[in-house]
Structures are given as structure tokens and as C-alpha cells.
Design a protein around this ligand. Structure first.
Ligand SMILES: Cc1cc2nc3c(=O)[nH]c(=O)nc-3n(C[C@H](O)[C@H](O)[C@H](O)COP(=O)(O)O)c2cc1C
Length: 136
């Protein structure tokens, strides 16, 4: 639960966007920075040039409404929810939507993610994110 006593949910999904220009990713992050704070949404976004992975957390009703919008967004397709769980505490409390960069070299990726991913992530969720990020 958060400070207001509402139940918090966390969603992790992947999607496909093979021809999306990089500028569109910046536009998505700008929209997220504009909208998410007022809705109490926090999270992180990875883009590997072909696929997105996004972690969203917030009050269940808010996250569910945003997931519907995101699923209908024509900039990507094949939205597939990997994990959805109730959480007691936010794992990304300071991030309206943090872009997590994926290093060029595969060897550097794990190290970079270990540093950049939030400490409070459930180990199982962390593993799903790292596995996504080390894929080519
Ligand atoms: C991969 C991806 C992630 C997105 N993440 C968010 C988000 O965290 N917050 C958000 O408001 N919109 C996000 N969007 C954009 C929404 O689909 C939608 O375009 C936007 O919420 C509309 O905002 P507006 O009504 O202010 O234009 C995302 C879109 C994509 C493709």
C-alpha cells in the first residue's frame, strides 16, 4: 500500500516495435514525464531497437487504465504482460519513467544493469529484465 492506503500494482510487459525511430522513444519518455507524476505512476523503460520492456507501478486502477492506453498505442504491437503483482513498496519511487540504456557490448550489459536497476526489485522480476536486456 502507498501513503494513501491504496493497493499498489506492478506490471512488467514486453512489446515489439522493429521500425520505430529513436526520436519516438524520446517522445514517449517526454509524455511519461508529463503524465505519470499526477497519476502516481513510476517505472522504467528499456528499448533494444526492436522491443520494449516496461515496468509500471502505481495504484491498480491507474496502472490498468495506462496499460490499456499503451496496449492500443500504434507505435508498438504484441504487448505481452510477463508479470503482474501487488507490491507493498514502490521499487522505482523516484522515477516518473526512467530510461534504462542497454550497453553495446553484451559483457557490459549485466554489470550496467546491476548498477542501474533499483535495489528493491524482486529477484524474479530483476532476472526477467536482465534476461531481456542481454538478448541481442
Ligand atoms: C512503449 C510505450 C510506453 C509508454 N509509456 C507511457 C507512460 O509511462 N505514461 C504515459 O502517459 N504514456 C505512455 N505511453 C504513451 C501512451 O500510449 C499514450 O500515447 C499517452 O499516454 C497519451 O498521452 P496524452 O493523452 O497526454 O497525449 C507509452 C507508449 C509506448 C509505446
Amino acid at each position: 500500500m502507498d501513503g494513501s492506503g491504496k493497493v499498489l500494482s506492478q506490471y512488467l510487459y514486453i512489446s515489439t516495435a522493429p521500425t520505430l525511430p529513436r526520436e519516438e522513444v524520446d517522445a514517449i519518455l517526454a509524455t511519461s514525464a508529463r503524465n505519470n507524476p499526477a497519476r502516481g505512476i513510476t517505472g522504467l523503460l528499456l528499448f533494444n531497437g526492436r522491443n520494449f520492456l516496461q515496468l509500471l507501478e502505481g495504484e491498480e486502477g491507474e496502472v490498468a487504465v495506462l496499460m490499456e492506453k499503451i496496449t492500443a498505442d500504434p507505435r508498438h504491437s504484441g504487448v505481452s504482460v510477463l508479470d503482474r503483482r501487488g507490491i507493498d513498496v514502490r521499487t522505482c519511487p523516484d522515477w516518473a519513467m526512467k530510461r534504462v540504456m542497454i550497453a553495446e557490448s553484451i559483457e557490459a550489459r549485466r554489470e550496467m544493469l546491476e548498477r542501474d536497476l533499483p535495489e528493491a526489485l524482486d529477484p524474479e522480476v530483476r532476472k526477467m529484465i536482465v534476461n531481456f536486456a542481454v538478448l541481442n
